[in-house]
Write a protein that binds this ligand. Structure first.
Ligand code: PEP
Length: 259
């Protein structure tokens, strides 16, 4: 893939002011990096999306939402619809983050409805997949990833493949309790994901960026981004301070020969 992707989900950490400050810094710090070779995307909290969209230049930072309801409107208290996100000019939405699946109990079928709704509203869907520590212990990681892909992307037609991206985030590797995954293991899982995407979409599968996420930090970013099947890094904690994220991106781009 010609482009590298660097993204961060801000989860429920930054206020509106903090989000705007972070984005403004990220834009200034990374402005000189040629966007034909990389995409930087950030997913703020819902409350900050409007201010964020006014604060950043989309040529430098693509904004997206952390979640979305599949319906356009209706009796869905507490939910945000694709039309509401489009109203803010957003065209990127995540589905299936491990916290949505494991804290809020979302199913593969629900992630699928979100993915289909996103693409039918002209948005890019970032589907997160990943096995738990238990899945890994019982050696069913591959089966779990295949199931999440096959159900999560069910019904996506060839014409919409360019609106799909995938983030592989092993649940045991994410967040404060997470342990970084070994690069060899990441490559094995990414290769499996690639095979599954090829089964689903044929050669169009090559258009789907597959990112790795889970305890990415300045120490392991280089060894992860240089893996043959990794198209980008999806970074949590190590990205939420603008200088750190900027350095991590530059380090990774250099290691990948894109600087
Ligand atoms: C995440 O939660 O998606 C994530 C990648 O977090 P972290 O980098 O902090 O492990």
């Amino acid at each position: 893939m010609d482009k590298l992707y660097f993204g961060s989900n801000l989860k429920m950490y930054k206020t509106v002011r903090e989000t705007v400050d972070f984005l403004t810094q990220m834009e200034a710090l990374t402005k000189d990096i040629d966007r034909s070779g990389m995409e930087l995307f950030i997913l703020p909290s819902f409350t900050a999306l409007d201010a964020a969209a006014k604060a950043v230049d989309p040529a430098y930072i693509r904004l997206g939402a952390q979640n979305m309801c599949w319906e356009e409107q209706g009796q869905f208290t507490g939910e945000i619809s694709p039309l509401m996100l489009r109203e803010l000019g957003l065209d990127l939405v995540m589905a299936g983050h491990s916290e949505r699946r494991h804290v809020f109990g979302e199913t593969d079928m629900e992630e699928n409805r979100k993915v289909l709704s996103a693409v039918s509203h002209g948005m890019t869907a970032l589907l997160c997949i990943g096995e738990t520590a238990e899945d890994k212990r019982f050696s069913v990681s591959r089966e779990v990833l295949r199931r999440q892909l096959k159900i999560g992307l069910f019904g996506v037609v060839q014409e919409d493949v360019s609106r799909i991206r995938v983030a592989y985030e092993p649940v045991w590797s994410i967040g404060t309790q997470g342990t970084p995954a070994e690069p060899a293991y990441v490559e094995e899982m990414h290769a499996e994901i690639q095979r599954c995407l090829e089964e689903l979409f044929g050669e169009m599968a090559g258009e789907i960026p597959v990112l790795y996420g889970g305890s990415v930090n300045p120490q392991n970013a280089e060894s992860l981004i240089t893996l043959p099947s990794v198209d980008g890094l999806y970074v949590g904690r190590a990205a939420w301070q603008a200088e750190n994220f900027n350095l991590l991106i530059r380090q990774a781009m250099q290691a990948a020969g894109k600087a």
